[in-house]
Design a protein around this ligand. Structure first.
Ligand SMILES: [Zn+2]
Length: 220
């Protein structure tokens, strides 16, 4: 069984006719398909919203494949099915995820090191330990930090920096914002930073010596 990680190659491939290559019974009945356009939850990015032959399915993953779990009878191995993801959900997830990379590239040079994140709609955040920088002390300092970060981010958006990805010899996928940052990542990304709009830092918190930036962004 070999499933192709099509979502690594094309964020904007929203539907495909593809072959069932495996079925499973445990823990829930499901199918794996050849062309894996579905992003499974991971790395801070949620599952896609998915249908198989028009019916909604839940998503899971293991080491072998991304599994789709339809209601009712399963198609057999070798049958063709139509797999579709919700384009708006995918675009929102890709934008939030990509904006997370971009903001991170603006925050780290200020003397912080990332220790946690989420790219989930409505609750996206980046969490940092201090690494040579200074935690903002008081509201004015927080506003100043946000302005510094957003100024940098806006410059990078204006420059339309391409997102690229390569899988290295160890099988680790490394995602690069050209000229800015390379990180190991299995998520979906916009084509360039210019695809990002509405980037805002909605909340700054300093607690237990850490900096937490809540943010939002949309697909242009
Ligand atoms: Zn990523």
């Amino acid at each position: 069984m070999e499933q192709r990680r099509a979502y690594w190659d094309d964020t904007h491939l929203y539907e495909v006719d593809t072959e069932v290559i495996a079925v499973c019974d445990e823990p829930t009945s499901g199918i794996a398909v050849r062309e894996g356009i579905v992003h499974p939850k991971g790395g801070g990015q949620p599952d896609d919203a998915v249908t198989v032959d028009g019916g909604p399915v839940s998503v899971s993953k293991d080491d072998a494949a991304v599994w789709l779990h339809p209601e009712g009878d399963l198609p057999a191995v070798g049958e063709s099915v139509h797999v579709a993801i919700d384009p708006e959900v995918r675009r929102r997830h890709a934008a939030l995820h990509s904006a997370g990379h971009l903001l991170d590239a603006c925050v780290v040079p200020l003397g912080f090191v990332g220790v946690g994140l989420s790219h989930a709609p409505g609750q996206a955040f980046l969490l940092y330990d201090v690494d040579g920088g200074t935690l903002p002390d008081g509201e004015d300092a927080k506003v100043a930090l946000v302005e510094t970060v957003l100024d940098r981010a806006r410059e990078h958006v204006a420059a339309a920096l391409p997102f690229g990805a390569e899988v290295d010899a160890e099988g680790v996928r490394r995602v690069t914002i050209e000229g800015l940052q390379t990180d190991p990542c299995g998520g979906t990304h916009v084509r360039t930073t210019a695809d990002l709009t509405g980037i805002e830092i909605t909340r700054v918190r300093t607690k237990k010596g850490q900096l937490k930036l809540s943010y939002t962004a949309e697909h242009a």
